[in-house]
Design a binder for this molecule. Structure first.
Ligand SMILES: *Cc1c(COP(=O)(O)O)cnc(C)c1O
Length: 452
């Protein structure tokens, strides 16, 4: 393999040439150099999906050190909804960088944090009085939502669902369902975490939303008891678990049960939030109003920020000093979030998510019609997946899934897999991707399926 002489690209953003371009095999020589250094310097537990060395990204592409331009159908796991190095984000963060970088909000506050809280209170479902608190990661915000719910209810138990993913810290590992790679050997886990069955239309024999909710509620009542239960936490559409959209009526029935039993309903919208599903929040598709909403990923154009937003009486129950952290609501991240939210609004990216969804669902359903190994196509907006199965038995086909993803990666398309059984290919393109790139990327995935 010859070393291709490409200039080092530093400027990313939407002005990058929007094309799939392979000038070396993946990974190319420069990427291989970085991977060798990674193997020596970085803990092996920090895995990676696509072995390249990124130098720039924007619009719908990621450019590597060898000059390859890959189509981004993952958005860094649903983070760069507004695209990488989105112009408003670059401008706002640069200005903030020149004024101040940190004071610790709980030592001496600044406007950006309050403005983000105001925006979250306005945008999240429900017109009740709300408060927000800001943190750094999705997992940290999930932990805080549970802390707050326990403090408010003076109860301790928490229920999460089958196939759930809530993070990698101790409490959130406990809430997460999947053993490998998230939990195995990392215990003991926090106590008072219980698990209920989900509505998974493709694999639960077609239970209606109401039936699946009744099944979950029965488990909760028999095994935990409302009098012990502080909160139920659920992803309105499960992310890592396989982009599982519960049957209609499932979420409203769980919310209603929570209301009737003084249990806090927490929506983990870390992956589904911020325009991704063709609404500000996925809860809106089912008309539910969560007591607490957890957000992160798509909130700040790639800067680390997360939040818990919810009913004022619940959020205000924790004593002063009980919530916070050194970096939570860092001024750079808040500037990025305000610019990101403005970008979703001004560039009509919620509408764009719906258009992207129509392309994704259309193309993937055509694949499903032609190929019985595509067992299910599901999702909302720009959060869509296909579940690959053995056509005869319906059993999950993780090997086929890996082969299709590997083919896409080798041919310049960043796709992610997910699912408890590792047999789901998920699509989370930046909302700034062009139809041309999206369709090209999907054709590569279709070729991969044919080759496998
Ligand atoms: C990614 C994710 C988390 C964890 O977020 P981190 O920022 O990685 O800690 C929690 N919940 C859901 C639904 C997620 O997708």
């Amino acid at each position: 393999m010859t070393l291709v002489d490409t200039p080092v690209i530093t400027a990313g953003g939407p002005s990058l040439t929007q094309e799939r371009r392979l000038v070396t095999a993946i990974p190319g020589p420069r990427s291989q150099e970085l991977l060798a250094r990674k193997a020596e310097a970085v803990a092996s537990g920090v895995g990676l999906t696509l072995p390249i060395s990124v130098v720039a990204a924007g619009g719908g592409v990621i450019v590597d050190a060898d000059g390859n331009s890959l189509i981004d159908l993952g958005s860094g796991i649903a983070v760069t909804g507004v695209g990488n190095s989105a112009p408003r984000v670059v401008e706002a963060v640069t200005a903030q960088l020149h004024s101040f970088t940190h004071t610790c909000f709980t030592v001496s506050p600044y406007e950006g944090y309050v403005a983000v809280a105001e925006k979250l209170n306005e945008l999240t479902p429900g017109d009740h009085v709300k408060r927000s608190a800001l943190f750094n990661s999705g997992a940290e915000a999930v932990e805080n939502a549970v802390k707050i719910a326990r403090h408010f209810t003076k109860k301790q138990a928490v229920v999460a669902f089958d196939h759930a993913y809530h993070g990698r810290t101790n409490l959130t590992m406990g809430l997460t369902a999947k053993n490998i790679p998230y939990k195995s050997g990392f215990g003991p886990f926090a106590s008072e975490v219980y698990r209920a069955p989900l509505s998974y239309p493709f694999r639960d024999g077609g239970l209606s939303g109401a039936e699946a909710a009744a099944r979950a509620i029965s488990v909760i009542e028999k095994q935990v008891g409302a009098e012990n239960l502080a909160a139920i936490i659920i992803e309105p559409i499960q992310g890592e678990g396989g982009f599982i959209v519960p049957a209609a009526g499932f979420l409203p029935a769980i919310v209603e049960w929570c209301r009737a039993n003084d249990v806090v309903f927490i929506a983990d919208e870390v992956q589904t939030g911020f325009a991704r599903t063709g609404a500000w929040f996925a809860s809106e598709h089912e008309g539910i109003v969560p007591d607490l909403v957890v957000t992160a990923k798509g909130i700040a154009g790639g800067l680390p920020l997360s939040a818990v937003t919810g009913r004022a009486e619940i959020m205000d129950s924790a004593m002063a000093g009980g919530l916070g952290g050194t970096y939570g609501g860092n001024p750079l991240a808040c500037a990025a979030a305000l610019a990101t939210i403005e970008t979703y609004e001004e560039d009509r990216l919620i509408d764009r998510a719906r258009e992207i969804g129509a392309v994704l669902i259309g193309r993937l359903n055509a694949l499903r019609t032609a190929d019985p190994r595509v067992g299910d196509v599901r999702g909302r907006g720009a959060m869509v997946a296909m579940e690959l199965v053995d056509p005869a038995s319906g059993a999950p086909d993780a090997a086929l899934t890996s082969a299709v993803a590997a083919y896409a990666h080798a041919n310049g398309v960043v796709v992610l897999t997910c699912g408890t059984y590792g047999n789901v290919i998920r699509f989370l393109p930046p909302l700034t991707i062009s139809d041309e790139l999206l369709i090209d990327g999907l054709s590569v995935v279709a070729e991969g399926l044919k080759h496998a």
